[in-house]
Design a protein around this ligand. Structure first.
Ligand code: MEV
Length: 377
């Protein structure tokens, strides 16, 4: 594995030259980022309502990420000092140990249909399942383009739930959104399928909208760091007890997970994706066992080395929406050589794990303040 360059001491122009030499980006694309000219007010006015201008944030690069054997520079857009530096040091530790191994479950999202006024909820549940093909067909009719790319509604699940206003039947459409984040397609599909559900059950539908608790769109990453690279087995034990603390205590879990999001969210922003969708998916998954807990796990293996991993919902896209419309988002994807949502999901979870690795290494050794002071020098 080749040595990853430390670019912290470089000037902005030297970093731009580094990015040009180590990514497919052109001089013009990099200059556009340097000048902050990617998003004009006219273009912004086509994105959201009531625009009067644009707002700028620092655009940094984290070099030396190795993910599934591929080396890349990762773009990070955010305001917090120290984050890019500590994420990069996590990435460097990982690269020296073979890098991150990442995988995904595929781009399957859930669209929910809430049904009210159902007299026999369990009978209704079975009737919907018996006739699920009709719902799938109605949903797929509204997005023939997605279907032509191999996506669309693939299955239907039904649950009955007890609520403070009575029992409800909740239908889930399972939708393969391919390379999109998918919100628009999902919302259109649940709306199209709802009348069929009413016909089948005689009930009334209320909310029809996607769920951000994207349990069928998980991304995972893991890394193994030799004890020697962490200053010995004693520090491996400290990592494991830091994990145990976060696993047992929601106060620590919230801060641990915030540190993970410090790595993930800047990549989500840099690629024009929806930060709130990612945050809500990750935090709801962190509470999946009934209590809020850590989304990263650190274990010691038989050699005394450190094994780290993360598994979270990751609903991001590489087509449609801001990703396509914001020129800087296009530059960010090109910098990493990414065209598929699946590959972007793998990068984002790896960056989250790198951020956690970098920060925990500081916390179990010199402490955060000491490291922060040296980062500012
Ligand atoms: C600060 O933005 C994030 C940390 O608090 C994360 C952590 O404590 O793991 C340093």
């Amino acid at each position: 594995m080749r040595e990853v360059k430390d670019i912290t001491a470089m000037s902005v122009d030297e970093r731009i030259a580094y990015a040009k030499a180590n990514s497919p980006l052109t001089e013009e694309e990099l200059q556009m980022i340097k000048e902050g000219s990617a998003l004009t007010t006219d273009r912004a006015d086509q994105m959201v309502e009531n625009v009067i201008g644009v707002y700028f944030l620092p655009y940094s690069i984290a070099p030396g990420f190795v993910i599934n054997g591929k080396e890349m520079i990762v773009p990070m857009v955010g305001e917090e000092p120290y984050v890019t530096k500590s994420t990069t040091s996590g990435a460097r530790l990982a690269a020296a140990n073979g890098g991150f191994t990442a995988s995904t479950t595929g781009s399957f999202m859930i669209g929910q249909i809430q049904m009210l006024n159902i007299e026999n909820p369990e009978t209704a549940r079975l009737k919907i399942l018996e006739d699920k093909q009709r719902l799938i067909e109605a949903a797929n009719k509204v997005d023939p383009v997605l279907v032509s790319f191999g996506g669309g509604c693939t299955d239907v699940e039904v649950r009955t739930i007890e609520t403070m206003t009575g029992q409800m039947v909740i239908i889930h459409l399972i939708i393969n959104v391919c390379d999109a984040m998918g919100a628009q397609a999902i919302n259109a599909m649940v709306e199209a399928a709802a009348p069929i559900a009413e016909e089948i059950t005689g009930g009334k539908t209320n909310l029809k909208v996607l769920s951000n608790y994207a349990i069928y769109r998980l991304a995972r990453a893991r890394v193994c760091i030799k004890k020697e690279d962490l200053g010995g087995e004693e520090n491996v034990d400290k990592f494991v007890s830091a994990y145990a603390f976060a696993a047992a205590d929601p106060f620590r879990a919230a801060t641990n997970n915030k540190g993970v999001m410090n790595g993930m969210i800047p990549v989500v922003v840099a690629t024009g994706n929806d930060t709130r969708a990612v945050e809500s998916g990750v935090h709801s998954y962190a509470a999946r066992n009934g209590r809020y807990s850590t989304i990263t796990i650190w274990e010691k293996n038989n050699n005394g080395d450190l094994e780290g991993m993360i598994e979270v919902p990751m609903a991001v896209g590489t087509v449609g929406g801001t990703t396509k419309f914001h020129p800087a988002a296009q530059v960010s994807l090109k910098m990493m050589g990414i065209t598929k949502a699946d590959d972007l999901e793998k990068v984002i979870v790896s960056v989250g794990l790198a951020a956690n690795l970098g920060v925990l290494y500081s916390l179990v050794t010199v402490g955060l303040h000491g490291d922060f002071e040296s980062a500012r020098k």
